[in-house]
Write a protein that binds this ligand. Structure first.
Ligand code: FAD
Ligand code: NDP
Length: 507
């Protein structure tokens, strides 16, 4: 990597970062810490519904952070409604939720983070410019501050970390959708309670939003075009869907909206591909995100992107050697905050601290924060079979009811009950290890659906990255009583034909 700084003096900055989200912030601060002169541009274009936010990018403002807080709020509701009375809390059946208070709490916290990001840049000695940046040459950026004339600055290196934005089908595809729908850019600061909600999409964002809205008590329908959680382990994805259904989320399978219009009483009437017509108070599109690279003046810098607007990089380097990219604008890489942060920091050290370290995009753990979370690291059972052949794969399974929920006799949502007898929540937790026999049962896939899957997966991911084998899991002493200890005592394989559903006892 070219880390010589001699030519840099000709430029205003050693590094110009475009985008003050997870990746941009991390790279800017680390570069400045290594002694580079750094400027960071961040500017938020309003959402399709006009929502705006502050410094810090998607994660802090309209992603991970507000999502996790709403998830927590929703889990509290689940515990209040289902378990609290059984544990002696006199909460009564009519415990109510106030959406405005939730939004206030979430937004207050987000604003405090905006503030700390701003002061973090100042302390790190990074020049923060709150404007849209645009290339005018391979080494020049132009921007315009409110009420001022356009200004141009030059840089030796550049980092593009402009992230992505939600996509809603255009008017020509689904008339009314663009005007009448909201996205994840809007939900976390929505002024009114969402009410009866249609969520379109079936991946991370759709299921997480549907999950917390359901647990907050709103009637939620998910319109699924094909399958839940494409790319994830099928059995676990279906378990996520089954548990969401049991908690009250409705699913419309193999269905998409075709048209939307406003009803006289302000609802959105949706005509679906299967002929159904239904009115909702809110329609939330979560059908993927596009890279936010269109307005960057890429041609002026000689930059090329793939058809979806993302950069096909080799070790974060674009086709223009002094211009780099990290985060959600990278082609074929996980769109996750810690991935953007780590890639940004490692790049900074390569550029300014003679490091040769490279970002490792393999075995990145992740969690979908549905009411029963789904965490995983490594590959799915399907990919393992494809890669190693069915005869070389041993899959260990264990399905169980957590101790606390078993004691509270958790019940299904009435909508999910088929009869008066069919009220008990089935075991919500599924532990799964996908092992390769010819590699001494090395664990190639760790999957867990259940409470606190994010916390659990983070720890076990280290073992998987270090090449742990099934035997290592077996010799690990459990922490009792936890859900995580189930991974230390898995004996039933899919091939054995035995049931992997726990019949009782502890755990
Ligand atoms: P971003 O964080 O998107 O930042 C890009 C910034 O650049 C933005 O502020 C943008 O306004 C700005 N910008 C764009 N163009 C310009 C320009 N021309 N000039 C100046 N500024 C510009 N990831 C997880 O790991 N865990 C989660 O739980 C999680 N939950 C999520 C929930 C939701 C609802 C969403 C939408 C995402 C979630 N993600 C999660 C993904 C995570 O937020 C992203 O992967 C991460 O934010 C990407 O960081 P980034 O640096 O690439 O871009
Ligand atoms: P994804 O790209 O992961 O999924 C898009 C979903 O929308 C799929 O279910 C897809 O269905 C469906 N879809 C696409 N187009 C249409 C359409 N026209 N009509 C109906 N359905 C459609 O997007 P997300 O928005 O969920 O997430 C983006 C990224 O953000 C994720 O990949 C993830 O990396 C990150 N993220 C991470 C989170 C976490 O770490 N917990 C949380 C949220 C986001 P089909 O399968 O049929 O293509």
């Amino acid at each position: 990597m070219d880390s010589e700084m001699d030519g840099a003096e000709r430029y205003d900055y050693d590094l110009i970062v475009i985008g003050g989200g997870s990746g941009g912030m991390a790279c800017a601060k680390e570069s400045a810490m290594q002694g580079a002169k750094v400027a960071l541009f961040d500017f938020v274009k309003p959402s399709t519904q006009g929502t705006k936010w502050g410094l810090g990018g998607t994660c802090v403002n309209v992603g991970c952070v507000p999502k996790k807080l709403m998830h927590y709020g929703a889990l509290l509701g689940g515990k209040l409604h289902h378990d609290a009375a059984k544990y002696g809390w006199q909460v009564g059946k009519d415990v109510k939720h106030d959406w405005a208070t939730l939004v206030q709490t979430v937004q207050n916290h987000v604003k405090s983070l905006n503030f700390s990001y701003r002061s973090g840049l100042r302390v790190a000695n990074v020049t923060y410019i709150n404007a849209l940046a645009k290339f005018t040459s391979p080494h020049h950026i132009t921007y315009t501050l409110k009420g001022k004339e356009p200004t141009t600055v030059s840089g030796h290196y550049f980092l593009i970390a402009t992230g992505g934005r939600p996509q809603i089908p255009p008017e020509s595809e689904v008339p009314g959708a663009l005007e009448l729908s909201i996205t994840s850019d809007d939900i976390f600061s929505l002024k009114r309670p969402p009410g009866k909600t249609l969520v379109v999409g079936a991946s991370y964002i759709a299921l997480e939003c549907a999950g917390f809205l359901t647990e907050l008590g709103f009637p939620v329908t998910v319109a699924v075009r094909s399958i839940l959680l494409r790319g994830f382990d099928r059995q676990c994805s279906e378990k996520v869907g089954e548990m969401m259904f049991n908690l009250g989320t409705r699913f419309k399978m193999q269905v998409t909206p075709k048209r939307m219009s406003k009803t006289p009483d302000g609802q959105v009437e949706v005509a679906f591909s299967n002929g159904d017509v239904e009115a909702f108070d809110t329609v939330l599109y979560a059908t993927g995100r596009h890279a936010d690279t269109k307005g960057l003046g890429l041609d002026k810098a000689g930059l090329k992107t793939a058809a979806n607007g993302k950069f096909e990089c080799v070790h974060e380097q674009t086709n223009v050697p002094h211009i780099f990219a990290v985060g959600d604008v990278l082609f074929g890489k996980p769109e996750l905050t810690p991935v953007a942060i780590q890639a940004g920091e490692i790049l900074a050290r390569r550029l300014f601290a003679q490091s040769e370290a490279r970002m490792d995009y393999e075995n990145v753990p992740t969690t979908i924060f549905t009411p029963f979370e789904y965490g995983c690291v490594g590959i799915s059972e399907e990919i393992a079979i494809e890669r190693y052949g069915e005869n070389d794969i041993e899959t260990y399974l264990f399905e169980f009811m957590p101790l606390e929920l078993a004691a509270a006799h958790r019940e299904k949502h009435p909508q999910a009950c088929t009869s008066e007898m069919d009220v008990d929540l089935p075991p919500p937790c599924l532990a799964k290890l996908v092992c390769v026999s010819s590699l001494g049962e090395r664990v190639m896939g760790f999957h867990y659906v259940g409470q606190n899957a994010g916390e659990m997966t983070q720890g076990f991911a280290l073992a998987v990255r270090l090449g742990a084998k099934k035997h290592d899991f077996d010799t690990l002493v459990g922490i009792h009583p936890t859900d995580a200890e189930s991974f230390t005592a898995m004996t039933v394989t899919r091939g054995s034909g035995e049931s992997w559903v726990a019949t009782g006892g502890c755990g």
